[in-house]
Design a protein around this ligand. Structure first.
Ligand code: ZN
Length: 150
């Protein structure tokens, strides 16, 4: 009886550990037909083996009209990445191929769709200046935010 109790406690603890890991190493951010993200700041734990950003689009407009993605850059690169993404076009998700300034990004999605990106956050500098944006032309004026790396 005592043994059984010990085992169920261990099972409970490992279940808790799994849920804590999932909470700290992923985030979900929603985008809309109003050209907005629902978060202004995202915190990334650089000790995660992989960090996952889930992106949803709760609007109705198609991706070629009101498409959104989520891209991670150094804050100092954000404006240039947004500008250069325009010429990359929708076929490239408005990100120049092999653009080293874009540290992670998702495809462009339209209303009702969702996507995600998982990446190794260990190369990010704790306390560094990072931002996220939507690279769809013109959107980063409103669709951007701060990324805090801890
Ligand atoms: Zn957008």
């Amino acid at each position: 009886m005592k043994m059984l109790k010990a085992m169920s406690m261990a099972t409970l603890l490992s279940a808790l550990a799994v849920s804590a890991w999932a909470d700290d190493c992923s985030v979900t951010i929603d985008s809309s037909d109003q050209m907005r993200f629902d978060k202004a700041t995202i915190t990334i734990d650089s000790s995660c083996e992989a960090f996952t950003v889930n992106v949803t689009h709760s609007g109705k407009l198609p991706r070629n009209v009101m498409g959104h993605n989520w891209a991670l850059t150094k804050t100092e690169d954000l404006a240039a990445v947004a500008r250069d993404g325009i010429q990359a076009g929708l076929d490239n998700n408005y990100v120049l191929p092999n653009d080293g300034r874009v540290l992670a990004y998702t495809p462009i999605i339209g209303g009702g769709e969702s996507t995600s990106i998982s990446f190794d956050p260990s190369g990010l500098l704790v306390g560094g200046e990072y931002s996220f944006l939507c690279t769809f032309p013109g959107h980063s004026a409103l669709m951007k935010g701060a990324v805090v790396v801890k």
